[in-house]
Design a protein around this ligand. Structure first.
Ligand SMILES: Cc1ncc(COP(=O)(O)O)c(C=O)c1O
Length: 393
């Protein structure tokens, strides 16, 4: 292809290391802890509701904002779980995955000349979708074992050109759960500088060690300037269904809805009827989900710590970042290569999650949203590492 065909907005955007590692993992028949795929089943009640909607031929476009019943249930959930008052008819959008909501928000509000603040380590889609809209991305790096930000560094990132800040809590890749205090600091700066907040709360139910999920939009003064994005993919193991939602004050929600309509018209209608049943699941569903991930987190952390891949203990979500230096690796790329080739475990080099790759050069990300037998196989592979390292000397 003639490279000059390419629009400026896609220059330099490539498939992430995650896809690359997945392909290599398949070639060597390893266990893929690189990609965040939850391969657990979708709850039966949700499958049945979707099947029924298909049988009933509820197959035509819905309104761009989604079916009424689902928006009402989402508004209830936002009120009860997130402490966000939401008008289901004016402020809630059902989207094609949370990604659909994020794309609609970025295309609606971000343009060349704007600045957007993004914490590193980041979720790759956030960075790349932002790049499509061509703002200047200002990174604030989360550092230390608890991935804290330096309040002065954050303050310095706000300029008269700042249009928005992206906050992903619980965070992929590092598992950070932003505390109420940290969110208050962010909220104050947003208000001082009249900046929009775009949150990604897709892992909001996966919290460990007593950490609390706080939605930025629930803090005083933030309802009117926050776009809250979440989705069904992770909580109900349905990444392929492509269903998510967004809440924003009416004028912002309307703008995003019109843009989402242009990009994909609506989220898949029969599946919207299916997830109505998801929002009616009892609280025991979430308790079981959490207990399962907590046990998996413990298993992967134990295996990593045993071989010197020091765990940076995740507070939420289902990813573990480790520091590779204690296992004798010079950097993340070497660690990922040896883990895959010699131990049969794919992980993602940490540098791919940072605007300045040097910040992540001693880290690896491992996803533990795996079925038990795969996770056990991965842990066994990791435990072979000392032997592999001895043989390399
Ligand atoms: C932080 C984060 N946001 C969004 C997504 C994608 O969500 P969806 O399937 O709802 O588009 C992922 C998937 O890995 C993620 O980690």
């Amino acid at each position: 292809m003639n490279p000059s065909y390419e629009a400026d907005r896609v220059q330099g955007i490539a498939q992430s290391d995650i896809r690359l590692m997945s392909r290599r993992c398949m070639e060597v028949g390893g266990v893929n802890l690189g990609q965040g795929i939850c391969d657990q089943p979708v709850p039966d009640a949700v499958k049945r509701a979707a099947q029924q909607a298909i049988d009933d031929d509820r197959s035509i476009y819905s309104k761009y904002e989604g079916i009424d019943e689902l928006r009402r249930l989402i508004a209830d959930k936002l009120r009860d779980y997130n402490r966000i008052e939401a008008d289901p008819d004016r402020e809630v959008l059902v989207t094609a995955g949370s990604t659909g909501g994020f794309v609609a928000a970025v295309l609606s509000f971000v343009q060349p000349g704007d600045e957007v603040i993004l914490f590193s380590p980041f979720y790759g889609y956030h960075y790349n979708v932002l790049r499509l809209a061509q703002p200047t991305v200002r990174s604030v790096t989360l550092r230390g074992d608890d991935f804290a930000f330096d309040p002065d560094e954050l303050r310095a990132a706000f300029t008269p050109k700042t249009k928005a800040i992206v906050v992903n809590t619980p965070c992929n890749p590092c598992g950070k759960v932003f505390s109420r205090h940290e969110l208050q600091q962010i909220a104050e700066l947003c208000q001082e500088h009249d900046v929009l907040a775009i949150t990604d709360e897709i892992y909001e139910y996966i919290l460990y060690d007593g950490h609390e999920h706080v939605s930025l939009a629930s803090l005083p003064g933030m309802h009117e300037r926050t776009i809250t994005i979440s989705g069904f993919s992770k909580t109900y193991n349905m990444t392929g269904w492509r269903l998510g939602y967004a809440h924003a004050p009416e004028p912002l929600a309307r703008r995003m809805g019109v843009v989402a309509d242009l990009v994909y018209i609506c989220a898949p209608t029969p599946l919207q009827h299916g997830v109505v049943a998801a929002l009616r699941l009892p609280s025991s569903y979430y308790e079981t989900l959490l207990a399962d991930y907590d046990a998996k987190r413990a298993a992967i952390m134990a295996a990593c710590d045993a071989v010197g891949l020091r765990s940076l203990r995740p507070q939420g979500a289902y990813y573990l970042m480790v520091d590779v230096r204690g296992a004798g690796f010079a950097d993340d790329v070497e660690a990922a290569r040896v883990l895959l080739d010699a131990c049969g475990v794919a992980a993602i080099p940490g540098h791919s999650f940072y605007v300045d790759p040097a910040d992540g050069r001693h880290q690896l990300r491992l996803c533990f949203a795996k079925q038990e037998h795969d996770l056990r196989r991965a842990c066994d592979g990791i435990l072979r590492l000392p032997e592999v390292m001895r043989a390399r000397r």
